[in-house]
Write a protein that binds this ligand. Structure first.
Ligand SMILES: C[S@@+](CC[C@H](N)C(=O)[O-])C[C@H]1O[C@@H](n2cnc3c(N)ncnc32)[C@H](O)[C@@H]1O
Length: 329
């Protein structure tokens, strides 16, 4: 048995979910709905057992948590480095002591991502102090980014708003992106942050919105604008089935579920990315219906507020996202 597991303390949970900012209630409801047993919760961390794997409203899920008794700051740092090199402190208690442990760990060189970017392949663990002498550490997390937040080198002049960051993040996690020769149907495109991203990637875009796009976005020869109701567009309106369907339309989840269902079935080979906007209380049963769509995944992007991002990608989709695993029965 490896040293780190032999020294681990007995624990009653198998997973720790780190709630996305302001989304703790939605995360708890999701976990209860999927049958996870909530064993404990401390600050933004929800400790569960019985249903392993990421949760949609978690910004990061700690997939292999262990607890260790540690005698000193040096002992804690040695324990972590004996497991792996890269760790991120998500401090929930004994903050100064936890920081001193983090300072003893090998440094991680941080450079904002230049889009198009790759998800780092080196594993990044998360740790916290639960008590002065009790270390919680998970070498395996759902996200390769610290606290599930990729940081991009922003473009403050090109795009008409900051929504482009959401699509940068979604395409980075998708590990694929449209390019020259691809047709993208973009629903709810105004003022054009996402269109700007797609245009810069060289794709052809049909941008649908009731409102106009920013003039500099409409000026591109690759952008065709359709003024009207995004929910009225069908595959028959297009010259050929699109390679990508992207939606950032603001609507109730039930309408967005119908939209996702329609386009996933109408274009079975297309990549589909849809923002699932949620108003107020989230109905976990309704959200879980998105996962009834074959190969669907849901996750909370760092750039998402009270909303999730739906993916249906030809190769399966982001491993960071929750999906309906095969039924064990
Ligand atoms: C969050 S904004 C989209 C921002 C866009 N992704 C960007 O990057 O600039 C939502 C857009 O959906 C549009 N919208 C809402 N309902 C719509 C509908 N039924 N048909 C077409 N557009 C709609 C709104 O006009 C608004 O421009």
């Amino acid at each position: 048995m490896p040293a780190e597991t032999s020294a681990a303390l007995p624990i009653e949970y198998d997973t720790v979910h780190q709630a996305a900012d302001g989304q703790r209630d939605a995360l708890v409801d999701e976990l209860v709905h999927r049958g996870s047993q909530i064993v404990d919760d401390i600050d933004s961390l929800i400790f569960t057992r019985d249903v392993p794997g990421p949760a949609a409203w978690a910004q990061n899920t700690w997939l292999a948590p262990r607890e260790y008794r540690v005698d000193s700051i040096g002992d804690a740092a040695r324990r972590l480095t004996s497991i792996q090199r890269n760790w991120h402190l998500h401090s929930i208690a004994h903050h100064r002591r936890a920081r001193l442990i983090a300072d003893k760990l090998p440094p991680i060189r941080f450079k904002p991502l230049e889009f198009p970017a790759f998800v780092p392949s080196a594993p990044l663990g998360s740790f916290a102090l639960l008590d002065r002498d009790r270390l919680l550490a998970s070498p395996v997390c759902s996200s390769a980014f610290a606290d599930g937040h990729p940081i991009f080198a922003e473009d403050r002049t090109g795009p008409p708003n900051r929504a482009y960051l959401k699509l940068w993040e979604a395409l980075t996690l998708a590990r694929r992106r449209p390019g020259p020769g691809d047709v993208c149907l973009e629903l709810g495109a105004s003022p054009g942050g996402w269109t700007w991203v797609l245009d810069r990637l060289g794709a052809e875009i049909i941008a649908v919105d009731r409102a106009d796009l920013a003039p500099q976005i409409m000026a591109s020869t690759r952008v065709t604008t359709w003024r009207g109701d995004a929910f009225g567009v069908t595959v028959d309106d297009l010259e050929r089935p699109p390679d990508w369907i992207l939606s950032d339309v603001i609507a109730y989840p039930s309408r967005l579920l119908d939209l996702a269902d329609y386009w996933c079935h109408a274009c079975p080979h297309a990549a589909v990315i849809i923002t699932v906007k949620c108003q107020g209380m989230v109905d976990p049963a309704e959200i879980s219906r998105f996962l009834d769509i074959k190969n669907a995944r849901l996750c909370h992007l760092a750039a998402n507020k009270h909303e999730l991002t739906f993916f249906r990608l030809p190769e399966g989709g982001p491993p960071e996202a929750v999906f309906r695993g095969p039924d064990p029965h």
